[in-house]
Design a protein. Structure first.
Lengths: 76, 217
């Protein structure tokens, strides 16, 4: 599944990693702050965070399959 | 140190709620971070690993070259051992996986502030498994480029990314003549005659990748 540097799939993986995942992580941080500031929302926020974490794990796995980290030796 | 404002804002807000930390500055690029650290000498830097231009590992090495007492904590979407090993080799004191739910950020920073080091549990679990299996990759990412020094590798990646000697000199705080000298030395060592040859080698070894959009051209 891992593409060459100019492979569109690899570009898609990089987009997932560089653009989509940070948005999910940033949204997660904002939710954590909401939970800190409004403890009465903790149960619902925790539930949303779990869903977000699941989405993030899937994005992480897919992006690493399509575009391994730049520190990965070629051929591995 | 993150190129995404939503991440910087979120981290600032979380640290703002911890009484023992004070956010003194932020930067969007590795070059800006190095300049900031040289001027303000912060105790600690939180560094995104996947930065455009100077990446987080290269920026860490540059920061520590100018301010060896600085404690650099890497924040990463990548959880593979190659990223961890690269970051630790560059001198990072902690490697924290970016997650949406409860982050270990504040706890990790406290450990590093006390002089310790830290790996996110998901990362350390994976590393332990790889070590137990005996297949932890310990070689640098670019075996074909083993003859180059770390600094030459850094310059090569930037040359292949299309940076001019002047731009590289600014990013690495070197004289332009020094960068030209690195280029000549690398060409001699690698047996290539021009920048195109260096770029081709950097791409073929995976040292760098084609810029986004190049695949469609």
């Amino acid at each position: 599944m891992r593409g060459k540097p100019d492979d569109p799939l690899r570009q898609a993986g990089k987009t997932l990693h560089d653009d989509v995942a940070p948005l999910l992580a940033g949204a997660g941080l904002q939710l954590q702050i909401l939970r800190m500031d409004h403890p009465q929302t903790a149960a619902q926020v925790t539930e949303v965070l779990a869903t977000l974490e699941d989405a993030m794990d899937r994005v992480r796995k897919l992006s690493q399959q399509l575009a391994p980290s730049p520190f990965t030796p070629p051929g591995t | 140190m993150d190129d995404h404002k939503i991440m910087r804002d979120g981290i600032k807000a979380i640290l703002g709620r911890a009484e023992d930390f004070r956010v003194v500055g932020e930067a969007e690029t590795g070059t800006d971070a190095v300049q900031y650290v040289k001027t303000h000498k912060p105790d600690m830097v939180l560094m995104d690993i996947g930065l455009p231009g100077l990446n987080g590992v290269e920026t860490t090495a540059e920061i520590l070259r100018h301010h060896p007492d600085c404690r650099v904590v890497i924040l990463s979407m990548y959880d593979d051992e190659h990223s961890v090993v690269s970051a630790v080799r560059a001198g990072a004191r902690a490697f924290i996986l970016k997650r949406a739910s409860d982050t270990d950020l504040v706890d990790a920073l406290r450990i590093v502030a006390r002089g310790g080091s830290y790996l996110s549990p998901q990362v350390s679990d994976r590393l332990l498994t790889r070590i137990q299996k005996g297949n932890l990759e310990s070689k640098p990412a670019t075996a074909a480029l083993d003859i180059l020094s770390p600094r030459e590798l850094q310059v090569l990646r930037m040359v292949a990314d299309g940076k001019t000697s002047k731009e590289i000199a600014v990013m690495l705080d070197l004289r332009e003549q020094t960068v030209r000298s690195y280029r000549k030395t690398m060409m001699k060592k690698l047996g290539v005659n021009n920048v195109a040859g260096l770029t081709q080698l950097a791409l073929s070894t995976g040292l760098t990748q084609l810029p986004r959009g190049a695949a469609a051209e």
